[in-house]
Design a protein around this ligand. Sequence first.
Ligand SMILES: *Cc1c(COP(=O)(O)O)cnc(C)c1O
Length: 421
Amino acid sequence: MENNGSKMWNFQGNGEVKSAPATTVRGTLTVIMKNVNKNDTRPTIPLGNGDPSVFPCFRTSIAAEDAIVDSVRSGKYNCYAPTVGILPARRAIADYLSQDLPYKLSPDDVCLTIGCIQAIEVVLTALALSSPVANILLPRPGFPFYETRAACSNLEVRHYDLLPEKGWEVDFEALEEIADENTVAMVIINPGNPCGNVYTSQHMKKIAETARKLGILVIADEVYGHLTFARTPFVPMGTFGSIVPVLTLGSISKRWIVPGWRLGWIVTCDPNDTLKNSGIIKSITDCLDVTADAPTFIQAAIPQIIENTKEDFFFNIVEILRGAADICFDRLNEIPGITCPSKPEGSMFVMVKLNLSLLDDISDDVEFSLKLAKEESVIVLPGVAVGLKNWVRITFACDHSTLEDGLGRIKAFSQRHAKKK
Ligand SMILES: *Cc1c(COP(=O)(O)O)cnc(C)c1O
């Protein structure tokens, strides 16, 4: 590019100023949080984001904490790590995930990342590099980081709907309609954020078959893997890796309740080696080559974290979530102006629909969330932030008394704003 003096700073080079994509969960919640009335003596109740680590009942396992201490104390992990992560950690994750698969993963199928966020970042960047006209299919409602990140890479996104009346299953008709010859992948998030749904094995098989028919990859965001507490068990998408190649994204953030430890993974679930010569795997490692790595001492703790965390830790977390989901569903259904179409079966979230015709002086989900913060010091996420206007996402990953308090305040708020007959 020519250096033309005053235009030096214009790195776009063509005089076009692109605005940054705005919607992130964090950004939206910051705006909502600013609305809390500082004179309210009650504690603010955070039902907006999914970081339960702040509640003592969600403290991670002692075994995981010990693993980190041992790793640091060994003095062996003050070094840089290799691009894809250190072998013992990749092997431990391959073995951990293989327990739920009909074939065995190899450590070479695993790349370590800085949380699931960087896994998303790297995979979308790699897909964008695969072709300048590539597009990917994202669920709506979904996890807005996908949209934001795709925009950074100029990767086109198209949305397929999840159907609330069918337990948030994929609308296959819509999916096939929006896919074309430039579609390279579809994303599914299971267990679901923001909907708290868990897909049955049959539904996932149908997803795999549809993706195969369309000739696209499945990117399975399983960051909430194993956090299920109802009829439907968690089945990893990689189970259907022989039907269609699957890139599984995950992390220890949610199951171990340590989002601050920043360790995630990209795993290729492709027992038939369909992707071997496709270039996508090389493109992923190329992207990892030019980004930062997950801290080496956290990587080194992974084998112990996985091996030494006992079943009773996971059981306890799932029990708390199950109880919280029950409380949430029961209380929400008592509230005028709100409907909760399906009880959450996994993850930490539920989507509820606002019946605005029953509420006075509330025009949409954003106003609902802003006024709720102001009047009741309860934070919820407006649905528009996850792609569904006039819905609200509520997280129930908090201790039960906090949750009861928060839902009680939402009820008081909705009763106060209910239209007089
Ligand atoms: C929390 C979350 C992530 C990010 O996970 P980290 O490991 O904390 O980076 C990715 N996808 C979904 C759907 C999430 O809810």
